[in-house]
Design a protein around this ligand. Structure first.
Ligand code: ADP
Ligand code: ZN
Ligand code: ZN
Length: 670
């Protein structure tokens, strides 16, 4: 037998529910094992693909119980050392198995063990002329912002680029990126959703002559792996991608931009519950490079980090170029006659815009016709058979639809309780607003944009083009329309329902409402025309609303931060949720009760643990959901408690049939 010249044990990360790494014996055939290489192993009688996380001289498992590596699949590591280190940090911070973090971080085909394809060689980076188009002459604040970012190249610094829509943030990114490219650095640009940002991508491809690659979920798996490789081989200079591209291997990464950094889509809501914004900052820290978080409505966490001097703010206080900011108007609809939720005043305003050939945009974050269908005789409401929730009425096609589990039913003709035959739709959805508008303006085409009208690939792009060509004067949409787009001919924006966000039990609801209002407002009044933003509410004197509208987002944020401090909520405390789900409630409660008891007394003082309690929607898609809510003033104590809980849950016998997850820094308590 030939002697091994390298450590005989490979510690392998596998995407399996069991925690920890798994030891395998290294054989003499094949490539020399290195961290970051893919391997094929047998695990529990099955073939699995994993990654070598470490090479070791010994194992705690007796030698006769160890199995050999079936095969090493790579000649060289396909995950770089820095990404492996980042994934280790995330596994630690989010209390997830390293194998699960890696699985979520890498293209599917890569972790299925496919051989890596050749990428096109002509993308090599011998580009002489980096910038194709010259940028704008910067205003003073933009100039300062670019200078500071460029000065920080080569060291860690977290910047908060704080400016309203149209203040020229993207222009700052572009000019800072140009300097990074001159230094032959790669740049990673995170965006909330690719489908919503075609205009932004066009600006990048128009501006730069360098190879740019996109990473997002609408690509086929083949394309995705190919684009990922372009980044990993250093051929792509700029990578623009959604949440999971924060893990993209980039050997010469020198700058990270997180656009619309407050956006909820940066938080992964299943599997490993990571925040791509926070991972981006950690990555910048580990790699010693600058990161820029850009937004008009930064999250309270970010603003808190600024107040604590961890992040540096770069303000852009004016709109760049000639554009003006719209004016807010509160539309008190108490005692107003409403046409299916729209006030007469608002309809008049839309008509006035139409006469001038200007567009109006109505925003309502609820699709379908009405969120409930109620019996006029007995009050019965059509429930979802699988969820603790009601079914939404849709008109085209006509049916009931549960937005939580996707169950679809014919619309009943009779009440299922009293057999009465008067069933009334209650509440507003986008379809209903569309119907009112069509009735009010029979000669005008109304464009509705929501998940239902944009299912077909490319339909969103086609609609956006139609809006820019002014083929529609009236637009109604959900948050799909609130993000990213600039509509220069929209001079009226209406928020149909601000009240539901003012009175929600979710502690982040008011923050999210304010962000949405400011974001929606930013859609209008670009170019030379200024816009108006009308907000329909029955609470015109609500202090949060009045502060936001009179003084702006920053004063609003300060007010909410004070409330959070008094209520001992994040960002003043650290929070986490342990969620469990299963087919019956009792075992879930029992498991969480036992888990809670496993916390040591010492922790109980520093860490508050609430529950077990049913989740806000206990039954969802036939499955029951329970949770423990933990919070603490000390991050370290919280993590210690989480480590105890995850240890308990991963070893408890009665936890085997139960699915559970840890959510550190939850976005909501759902
Ligand atoms: P944001 O990303 O903050 O929404 P943009 O960078 O998209 O802002 O800028 C808004 C508009 O103003 C764009 O059309 C952009 O080309 C233009 N712009 C940006 N900076 C300048 C400038 N310094 N001078 C003139 N126009 C500018
Ligand atoms: Zn009834
Ligand atoms: Zn349902």
């Amino acid at each position: 037998m030939t002697e091994l010249t390298y450590p005989p044990i490979a510690k392998v990360a596998l995407d399996v529910p069991l925690r920890g790494l798994f030891d395998y014996i290294v054989t003499t055939e094949g490539p020399v094992p290195q961290e970051g290489m893919r391997v094929r192993v047998s695990f529990g009688g099955r073939v699995k693909i994993g990654f070598i996380a470490a090479c070791s001289e010994q194992s705690a498992v007796p030698a006769h119980k160890l199995k050999p590596l079936t095969a090493i699949l790579d000649e060289t590591p396909c995950i770089s050392a820095d990404i492996l280190r980042l994934c280790r940090w995330a596994a630690d911070y989010y209390h997830a198995p390293l194998g699960a973090v890696l699985a979520g971080a890498l293209p599917t085909r890569l972790r299925q063990g496919h051989a890596l394809p050749e990428t096109k060689a002509d993308m090599a980076m011998e580009v002489i002329e980096l910038v194709r188009l010259q940028g704008h002459d910067l205003n003073q604040e933009q100039q300062t912002a670019v200078e500071q970012i460029v000065a920080a190249l080569g060291q860690f610094k977290a910047f908060v680029l704080d400016g309203i829509t149209g203040s020229g943030k993207t222009e700052v990114y572009l000019q800072a990126i140009a300097k990074a490219l001159e230094q032959r650095l790669q740049v990673l640009v995170l965006v909330p959703e690719i489908g919503l940002t075609p205009q932004m991508i066009a600006r990048f491809t128009d501006r730069f002559a360098v190879p740019i690659t996109l990473l997002h979920s609408r690509l086929t798996e083949k394309q995705r792996l190919h684009n990922w490789l372009l980044a990993a081989e250093g051929k792509a200079q700029i990578v623009i991608g959604t949440r999971s591209s924060v893990w993209a291997v980039m050997p010469r990464l020198g700058l990270i931009i997180v656009d619309e950094a407050h956006d909820g889509s940066y938080k992964q809501q299943d599997g490993v519950h990571y925040s791509a914004r926070d991972v981006a900052v950690q990555r910048a820290y580990q790699n010693n490079i600058p990161v820029v978080l850009g937004s008009a409505t930064h999250s309270l966490e970010t603003l808190y980090n600024v107040a604590e001097n961890r992040f540096t703010t770069l303000f852009l206080r004016e709109r760049a170029g000639a554009a003006q900011l719209g004016r807010f108007k509160v539309l008190d609809i108490r005692n107003e006659r409403l046409q299916e939720g729209l006030s007469t005043r608002l309809i008049k305003e839309i008509a006035a815009r139409m006469e001038k050939g200007e567009q109006s945009l109505l925003f309502l974050n609820r699709r379908g016709f009405s969120p409930i269908l109620i019996c006029h005789h007995c009050g019965w409401v059509a429930p979802c058979p699988h969820c603790d929730s009601y079914m939404t009425l849709h008109l085209s096609p006509q049916r009931l639809h549960c937005h939580h589990c996707n169950t679809v039913r014919d619309k009943p003709t009779q009440c299922l309780n009293c057999l009465g035959d008067v069933l009334m739709p209650v509440g507003l959805g986008t379809e209903r607003i569309e119907a009112v508008l069509k009735k009010a303006f029979p000669n005008t085409e109304v464009l509705r944009i929501d998940k239902d009208t944009t299912r077909k690939k490319g339909s969103m792009e086609a609609y956006l083009e139609a809006i820019h060509d002014e083929r529609y004067l009236i637009l109604i949409g959900t948050q799909m329309l609130a993000k990213g787009h600039h509509f220069s001919n929209v001079t009226l924006v209406a928020i149909i329902d601000a009240d539901s966000g003012l009175f929600s039990s979710e502690f982040r609801a008011t923050e999210h409402l304010a962000q949405l209002i400011v974001q929606v407002a930013g859609r209008s009044g670009r170019a030379e025309k200024s816009g108006e933003i009308w907000i329909q509410t029955r609470h015109p004197e609500h202090p949060l609303l009045t502060t936001l509208l009179a003084k702006g987002y920053h004063d609003f944020a300060e007010g909410v931060l004070t409330e959070r401090k008094q209520a001992q909520l994040p960002p003043y405390t650290y929070m986490a949720i342990i969620r469990v789900r299963g087919s019956k409630p009792a075992p879930l409660q029992a498991l969480l009760t036992a888990a809670k008891l496993s916390l040591s007394v010492d922790n109980n003082e520093a860490v508050r643990c609430l529950g077990p309690a049913p989740s806000p929607m206990e039954k969802r898609d036939k499955v029951y959901h329970y949770q423990l809510l933990l919070w603490s003033y000390q991050r370290a104590k919280l993590h210690q408690a989480l480590a105890q809980l995850t240890h308990f849950l991963s070893t408890a016998k009665n936890a085997r049939a139960v699915r559970w997850s840890v959510d550190v820094d939850p976005y909501d308590t759902f």
